[in-house]
Design a protein around this ligand. Structure first.
Ligand code: ADP
Ligand code: ZN
Length: 624
């Protein structure tokens, strides 16, 4: 396909220099270049990249070489503002039109647009479809359309926005003048169904689809036995006094309680959930973005629009309802590429509790679907495999390390492999007890009751059903009931037992279980997650930048000052990755400062000197 007419012939060749000049980067991240080239060649493009992979650049940089305006559709005013702030700080003529502007502000921005100086315009979809707005766009010479958070177009996605459905009509209206406007759709949502929906709903013409690995190399994953969530979270957070993070909770009430526990322990924390007044919610989010609040305790209502790059940890205090949600939520950690931690506090009790909630769903299909998703999530928590391998397998990605091993070296199961042990004798006891109960009574019972029979409990059910007469009654007296329960769950994991549905599921032997009992084959099991040893930093995540921590702290103070003068969050000035590299390289002059990844020409000119001064001051203090 010939290049679109409004792209200069040598446009693609200019990209590396522009990357350095405006954004201060020397190299493209994986797929960025390919995506930009495809888009500049005039094709429609779908870009599926995980959070932090650098999607924004994929439409921002090409916009600088196109003649005309690049229009970006974005679902939230907060997201637009964030992008515009970032671009303006980098010296790019970008603006947004949305309902938050007063009349004079809107007039000013329109004047810029009419002058043709603006390169990138962010708009909400509902504004885009208004006929009078489309008429203006026709005159503003739209060179490309970018659809950010493109999964919003799909009902199968997690943030469905009906307004996104009208974007197809917008594309048609913009094309009415002759040739179609090249469109790029971007999202971090990995499910194939959503991807297909994006292509059909937008009516993209033979798009080139780019799908990156969903691995987040700088994130570590850990699952920890839940044993007093509030205390565990407080300990975790206090062990990381300089880090910001998110604690996800199941309910509004627990989010509030968690925030209160942290505040009581002297941590700047705030709650975030749909039950809070909108103004309070916005204020808490804003404080978090500006590094004034260190920890947000939130329900899943806290999510899209959180572009804060230095989220160093995401803790799930309760089990998420599905793996997709878990991936999205943990994905908010470490956008800046620096090592960050994901910790899940897990208890089987949570699973039982949610099954209880699910039972109340009336629609049969919806109930089954939710149950299947919950089981998958529990499987992730229970697994003894590498967490990264397990997580990515959910999205259909067969992840291996460079040596071809299914081990990432940066999750609990890789770092402290849980020991497999011979459980043949106890498994035989358990399996035969399940069988005997069914033979005697003709109905199934739950794991609890099986464990009661094994330890020889004398309770009402045992007496009522005469289970004290079974040959397996009391054959497990040597161990506490909790251990038998745990064994039962491991046998479910291992596929020798199956649990039925409902809050109090009954347990049955599977075909494999029957076979194991018959053949007396050895059974090897892996112990369930336990409490972690003393909290320690997991150093295996990639992306670490070694630097002097004291100098880094000083540079953060300079950043904070500049940010508050400009009324923007600190990361708009520079992100942590840039500051750490600056602290590592310690540039002495402008030329050296420009070598620091993330320092572009505009930022260097606007506030580079203040960072150089801080570095000089620190060096003098050390030598003198
Ligand atoms: P996404 O939208 O995919 O989550 P962003 O566009 O917000 O990712 O980019 C994440 C971070 O990576 C930002 O801080 C951005 O400046 C940085 N980044 C993007 N591209 C590059 C690059 N080529 N080299 C270094 N850093 C980059
Ligand atoms: Zn691993």
């Amino acid at each position: 396909m010939p290049p679109a007419a409004d792209v200069p012939a040598d446009a693609a060749a200019a990209l590396p220099a522009l990357l350095k000049r405006y954004f201060g980067y020397d190299a493209f991240r994986p797929l960025q270049r390919e995506i930009m080239d495809a888009s500049l060649s005039g094709r429609d493009v779908v870009a599926i990249l995980p959070t932090g992979a650098g999607k924004s650049l994929c439409y921002q940089l090409p916009a600088l070489v196109r003649e005309g305006l690049t229009v970006v559709v974005s679902p939230l005013i907060a997201l637009m503002k964030d992008q515009v702030d970032q671009l303006q700080a980098a010296g790019v003529a970008a603006t947004a039109l949305n309902s938050s502007l007063d009349a004079s502000e809107a007039r000013g921005r329109h004047a810029e647009l009419w002058s043709g100086r603006t390169k990138i315009l962010f708009v909400a979809p509902e504004r885009l479809v208004a006929p009078e707005f489309l008429a203006k766009l026709a005159q503003w010479k739209v060179a490309a359309l970018a659809v950010d958070e493109a999964h919003c177009i799909s009902e199968w996605g997690h943030d469905f926005r009906p307004e996104y459905r009208q974007l197809r009509a917008v594309r048609e209206a913009l094309a009415a003048g002759g040739r179609p406007v090249p469109t790029i759709a971007l999202t971090a949502t990995a499910t194939p169904r959503v991807r297909e929906d994006i292509v059909t709903q937008l009516g993209l013409a033979a798009p080139e689809v780019f799908v990156a690995s969903f691995n987040r190399p700088n994130l570590t994953y850990r699952v920890v036995a839940k044993d007093g969530a509030a205390r565990q979270v407080v300990e975790f957070v206090r062990a990381r006094p300089d880090d910001a993070g998110i604690v996800y909770c199941q309910s509004r009430r627990t989010a509030e309680a968690m925030a209160a526990a942290l505040v009581k322990a002297g941590v700047e924390a705030a709650p975030y959930h749909a039950g809070l007044d909108a103004a309070v919610r916005a204020r808490n989010q804003d404080k978090f973005l500006r590094d004034d609040v260190r920890v947000v305790c939130a329900t899943v209502a806290f999510g899209m629009g959180i572009n804060k790059p230095n989220v160093r940890f995401v803790v799930h205090a309760d089990l998420p309802k599905n793996v997709e949600g878990y991936y999205q939520e943990t994905g908010r950690a470490g956008r800046d590429g620096l090592p960050s931690e994901c910790v899940l506090l897990y208890s089987r009790g949570d699973v039982a509790k949610y099954i209880g909630f699910l039972d109340e769903i009336e629609d049969e299909a919806a109930r089954r679907m939710s149950r299947a998703q919950l089981d998958r999530m529990a499987q992730f928590a229970d697994t003894a495999r590498c967490r990264r391998v397990e997580l990515l397998a959910y999205f259909g990605e067969a992840w291996r390390d460079e040596a071809g091993e299914e081990a990432c070296g940066a999750c609990d199961n890789c770092l402290e492999p849980r020991q497999a042990y011979d459980a043949t004798v106890d498994s035989q006891k358990f399996l035969s007890c399940v069988l005997r109960i069914r033979q005697k009574s003709g109905f199934g019972v739950g794991l609890q009751h099986v464990a009661d029979v094994l330890v020889g409990a004398d309770n009402e059910k045992v007496r009522k059903w005469w289970h004290n007469e079974l040959s397996t009654y009391g054959i497990g007296k040597d161990k506490p009931k909790a251990e038998w329960l745990s064994l039962g769950r491991q046998l479910v994991q291992a596929g020798l037992l199956a649990l039925g549905e409902g809050q109090f599921p009954t347990v049955e032997l599977t075909a494999d279980g029957v076979e194991a009992l018959r053949s007396r084959a050895p059974v090897r099991l892996v112990r369930p997650v336990s409490k972690p040893p003393a909290p320690k930093k997991v150093a295996a995540a990639r992306g670490a930048v070694e630097c002097d921590e004291e100098l880094f702290t000083r540079l953060k103070a300079v950043r904070r000052e500049i940010a508050s003068e400009r009324g923007v969050p600190p990361y708009i000035v520079f992100n942590d990755a840039t500051l750490r590299q600056m602290a590592a390289l310690r540039p002495a002059n402008d030329a050296e400062l420009l070598l620091v990844p993330g320092v572009g020409e505009k930022k260097r000119a606007d506030f580079g000197e203040r960072f150089l001064e801080a570095i000089r001051g620190w060096s003098a203090g050390r030598t003198g």
